[in-house]
Design a binder for this molecule. Structure first.
Ligand code: FE2
Length: 66
């Protein structure tokens, strides 16, 4: 289970990296797309926070990554 959480965290971090890149690329060119990307980025950051919490909870209870 911990390995799955690490996989999700990797995916969330990559999504966050890509949305940040998109937000920068849109600057002074496409504010509608930029705003959509900012909204989605906020969702992805929430997911990362959620799964960080799951990981800390698993580690606190002695369950380590495989
Ligand atoms: Fe996500």
């Amino acid at each position: 289970m911990v390995a799955v959480i690490h996989g999700v965290l990797e995916a969330e971090n990559e999504a966050i990296r890509i949305y940040n890149e998109l937000i920068r690329a849109c600057e002074q060119k496409d504010y509608v797309t930029q705003e959509l990307a900012i909204d989605i980025l906020a969702d992805e950051e929430e997911h990362r926070t959620l799964f960080d919490g799951f990981l800390r909870s698993f580690e606190r209870h002695g369950l380590k990554a495989a």
